[in-house]
Design a protein around this ligand. Structure first.
Ligand code: UDP
Ligand code: MG
Length: 311
């Protein structure tokens, strides 16, 4: 029987405590997997400042099927995912967090689904247990808003954790944008997708690098990369205030003709000027946001730099 290779891509940023725990857990899953499926690990060290790289050097010596790439600095999870996907050469590829928030034992069911004919098997958290309430509210709001304005569907609670066929990965790699919003890219490529639900888990060790504000920035990126709605909003706000001001002018002219001159009303005038000025700045800000993205894209800088890798 022909062997099938499953590449496991794992981004790591300051994860010295979790790497070994992760490996033990997923090796257990590997032993439960159908005969003929072999795992191949690609850890991507995203410029960690702790002993992550040393741990990776050790485990890659211990196990033949463990490889690593190490960046010259922290490039972010999106860059680490890309580097891993580019290096992966398995018949199937999965991307997983190293903190065991993505349960490796789900791979068994996911593989089953792939065999049933799906091209992508994603995972969805069925709840948000253990997450701050405010964060849940804003996340829900984000998914509601982006789905009403973007053509690319983003399901609430989906994780990056997914199993994909070689063909899907090859197509994901064809999207060579510098501003990578993986949740959107994964969904944009299409194919037959199914999602498996699971209960939210806490990290086993270490800590998350996400703060409330970094999540807010991440959401704005989602909007700017996957919809033109903010630009349309600016245009419509402009059109509305233009027509409103036409009415205003008409009103002032008619009043002047019928009642004669008056110097009252400067307070309301100032308010209106402030309002219009604010709208203009908002619109400029939105345009600037897109322009900045275009600027980054045109520079065509590499998305990551590899300093060291295993044989
Ligand atoms: N990660 C990374 N680069 C970063 C931040 C995070 O490669 O700049 C990795 C991290 O090591 C982990 C995964 O991305 O494997 C998810 O990170 P985290 O657990 O902090 O995010 P959360 O689970 O809270 O969304
Ligand atoms: Mg995590």
């Amino acid at each position: 029987m022909a062997l099938e290779k499953l590449s496991v891509v794992v981004p790591c940023y300051n994860e010295e405590e979790t790497i070994r725990l992760f490996l033990t857990e997923s090796q257990l899953v590997e032993s439960k997997m159908k005969q003929g499926v072999i795992f191949d690990y690609i850890f991507v060290n995203d410029g960690s400042t702790d002993k992550t790289l040393e741990v990776l050097r050790q485990v890659s010596k211990e196990f033949d099927n463990v490889h690593y790439l190490s960046f010259s600095r922290n490039f972010g999870k999106e860059a680490a995912l890309l580097a891993g996907l580019e290096a992966a050469d398995g018949d199937f590829v999965t991307v997983m967090d190293v903190d065991l928030q993505d349960p490796p034992e789900m791979l068994l069911d996911m593989y089953q689904k792939i065999k049933e004919g799906y091209d992508v098997v994603g995972t969805r958290r069925s709840d948000r247990k253990g997450e701050p309430a405010l964060r849940s509210i804003f996340s829900k709001l984000f998914y509601k808003m982006i789905n009403s304005v973007s053509d690319t569907e983003l399901l609430d609670g989906t994780r990056d954790f997914r199993l994909m066929t070689r063909q899907v990965v090859a197509n994901i790699l064809r999207l060579n944008e510098v501003n990578r919003f993986s949740k959107g890219i994964f969904s944009w490529v299409g194919f037959n997708v199914t999602y498996l639900p699971y209960e939210n888990r806490q990290r086993i060790a270490g800590r998350t690098t996400w703060t409330f504000w970094s999540l807010v920035r991440y959401s704005i990126d989602g909007f700017v990369n996957f919809s033109e709605a903010p630009l349309n909003l600016a245009t419509w706000a402009g059109i509305c205030s233009f027509f409103l001001s036409l009415f205003g002018i008409l009103f002032v002219v008619i009043r002047k003709i019928t009642f004669g001159g008056s110097i009252s009303g400067w307070a309301s005038l100032v308010t209106i000027i402030l309002f219009i000025g604010g709208l203009q700045l908002l619109a400029l800000g939105i345009i600037g946001k897109y322009l900045a993205k275009i600027f980054l894209e045109t520079k065509k800088r590499p998305i990551y730099i590899i300093k060291e890798k295993s044989q």
